[in-house]
Design a protein around this ligand. Structure first.
Ligand SMILES: [Zn+2]
Length: 237
């Protein structure tokens, strides 16, 4: 399983890296959120977010490689749902995509099926070898999970422990979508005590009004928002 493999690698690298700690004054991480075919126009995804053409994915890939070169430790999140996931409109007879319903006293937005485990368009489009670990979310069909840190039921993923295990205190967050998974991941990272930087030009949102609102909420949580990637600036923050 990709996830377990990822975690094992994370621990392995962390232990070999501990002897070189002196070379990293402060270890900086980056979380690339849900850059998967289903969320892109490039791959004609089922839940394609505006502005996610091939050029955007190449820009994200290039930025991620730059961060790697600069010594950042890279992580990705991956929406990884079973076929009958609660967030799919097809799991609720008679319901349409983008309807909002109440399930178990919780508001649930319904989406076209996406990020289905093992499908081509669930793949992360950025070279997987760049990442120390890929944290999968939404694996429990009963609960949705926008955040890379926890699902809507509050069940934590491995993200916080992997970041801590690697001595990371500052983390850069970008990807898809600004108004959902980037928002939730950045805010949860800030709440978990990390210094968080979101790179606006490396994010794309489902809708402009909700994306603008999300950026305000992200800022209110104490996150720094930069227009574009500026590695020297991030190092100084
Ligand atoms: Zn999902």
């Amino acid at each position: 399983m990709v996830l377990l493999f990822g975690v094992a690698v994370a621990f392995m690298v962390a232990s070999t890296a501990s002897g070189q700690k002196a070379t990293f004054a402060k270890r900086i991480g980056a979380i690339v959120v849900d850059v998967q075919g289903d969320f892109t126009e490039w791959k004609k995804g089922s839940l394609a977010v505006p502005g996610t053409d091939r050029a955007f994915i190449e820009k994200v890939t290039d930025a991620t490689k730059q961060l790697k070169k600069a010594g950042f430790i890279l992580f990705a999140t991956q929406d990884w749902h079973p076929g009958e996931h609660i967030s799919f409109h097809t799991s609720h007879p008679g319901k349409k995509p983008f309807e909002v319903i109440t399930v178990h006293n919780r508001t649930q937005a319904l989406w076209p099926p996406h990020g289905v485990q093992g499908t081509e368009n669930a793949r992360i489009l950025v070279d997987n070898n760049l990442f120390l670990a890929i944290v999968q979310k939404g694996r429990d069909k009963r609960f949705d999970s926008y955040s890379g840190f926890q699902d809507h039921e509050g069940q934590e993923t491995e993200m916080d422990s992997i970041l801590k295990h690697n001595g990371i205190e500052k983390v850069v967050v970008y990807g898809i979508a600004t108004d959902y998974c980037v928002r939730a991941t950045a805010i949860d990272a800030a709440h978990a005590g990390y210094k968080v930087i979101v790179i606006e030009e490396l994010c794309r949102g489902v809708a402009s009004d909700t994306s603008m609102k999300a950026l305000e909420e992200i800022k209110k949580a104490g996150v720094i928002i930069l227009d574009k990637l500026d590695i020297d600036k991030i190092k100084k923050l």
